[in-house]
Design a protein around this ligand. Structure first.
Ligand SMILES: [Zn+2]
Length: 74
């Protein structure tokens, strides 16, 4: 079962410290909305919103419902 040199690839956690993931199924990080970025650049504590169009999560401090990337409301 063990072949020499047959190393298993390390799979990163879906939510690594960088906030980005290389796994195919993990959601993309779409970043903060323009309004939220002006309020707090770090994005710390912002609420995540799923965009099914972008298949990713964008973040906002406000009650926004529009994806900052594609403009889809969800
Ligand atoms: Zn979107």
């Amino acid at each position: 079962m063990s072949e020499p040199g047959d190393e298993k690839k390390l799979v990163p956690f879906p939510f690594s410290r960088s906030g980005l993931s290389r796994t195919r199924e993990a959601p993309r990080n779409l970043g903060l909305t323009e309004m939220s970025a002006k309020a707090e650049r770090s994005g710390r504590g912002a609420k995540g919103h799923w965009c099914s169009n972008c298949k990713g999560i964008w973040y906002s401090y406000f009650l926004e419902c529009e994806c900052p990337v594609c403009g889809r409301r969800g």
